[in-house]
Design a protein around this ligand. Structure first.
Ligand code: ZN
Length: 116
């Protein structure tokens, strides 16, 4: 499962953050995940909760995820719009395919709370 390797990478990063801040524990982790990132949030949460138990620094960490919608801007008429169409989106106003992605590709740790 793709999400397990993402969760392991996250924990690696969280360990680094804990070390740099002399933290005993990570208590809360907030992620931003865009719809276009290809990450299944439920799978990632499940994977994180499973692999965190093997690491005392993150074993009590609560994970919250903000899902970022997929938003495009039309290059022809400048309309911005949200869509669930990942593969062949077009502008709802002028039907153009010349689109620029505004959000939805996010895949990062937004915020971490620690206990020192
Ligand atoms: Zn348009």
């Amino acid at each position: 499962m793709h999400e397990v390797s993402i969760a392991l990478g996250m924990i690696h990063e969280l360990e680094r953050i804990a070390r740099e801040n002399n933290a005993k524990k990570i208590t809360n982790v907030k992620l931003k995940i865009g719809k276009m990132s290809g990450i299944v949030v439920d799978s990632l949460t499940f994977a994180f909760d499973a692999v965190k138990l093997e690491n005392p620094v993150v074993s009590d960490a609560a994970l919250s995820v903000e899902e970022v919608p997929l938003v495009y801007e039309c290059n022809d008429c400048s309309k911005t719009f949200e869509t669930d169409n990942l593969y062949f989106p077009s502008c709802p106003v002028c039907a153009s395919y010349k689109l620029k992605i505004i959000s939805g590709e996010e895949q990062h740790i937004e915020n971490v709370e620690i206990e020192v």
